[in-house]
Unconditional design. Sequence first.
Length: 248
Amino acid sequence: MLNPKITIITVTFNAEKTVEKTILSVINQTYENIEYIIVDALSKDNTIKIIEKYRDKISIFISEKDNGIYDAMNKGIKVSTGDYLYFLNAGDEIYSLNTIEKIFDDFTDCDVYYGKTALININGTLRRITNIPKNLNAKSFLTGMPVSHQSIIIKKTLTDLFDLSYKFVSDHNFIIASLKRASKVYNTNLIISNYQLGGFSDNNFIGCWQDKFKIVKKQFGIAALLLNYMVFLREYIKRVLKSFLFRN
């Protein structure tokens, strides 16, 4: 598939402080065959005004009430016409202006492309670059998200809509299901995105794990669920200890 169309979907709600950098990282890409969709949940701040500044560079803009982040993402999927889907949250950025061009010019006709993520602190400094599996498949997500959704691009024909019964990490289920259908998964070994820490999932630790337990049981069975209980306990203890040390 030469020069495939990639649909990039950004969902927003009261994101006036962060949305502009996300938009600029998309509309200034050197790759030309991009469909950009923004789905806003009737923001009450200046988010919509900022989006309107760039309206001529945005393929589709939806602004209406929704039932959460994944419902908004589903709205984007339903109107998308691209060969590939890529989700970039408000506050996140494509790593460089030629990232998409590098991916689709060098590697063609894969089902899934993935890469590294630069984790960015709230103050804008780099915390670290993520490590990723050399080879990625559904089982790579057995105990967590080794690749963030901001650094994975999936052929649209492999995807379903997000399951709205998972409020916090439906992207975990979405990626696992897509990878189960994929036959050609390519590690670009590129840094694909900047991920802004302190967002939706970072602030909902318990809710995220409750969703993960349900997803893992559904996708991999009881044995995987027991393993995730152990991982949760380890992460919970680390979180409690870190909180205690910072207080003292």
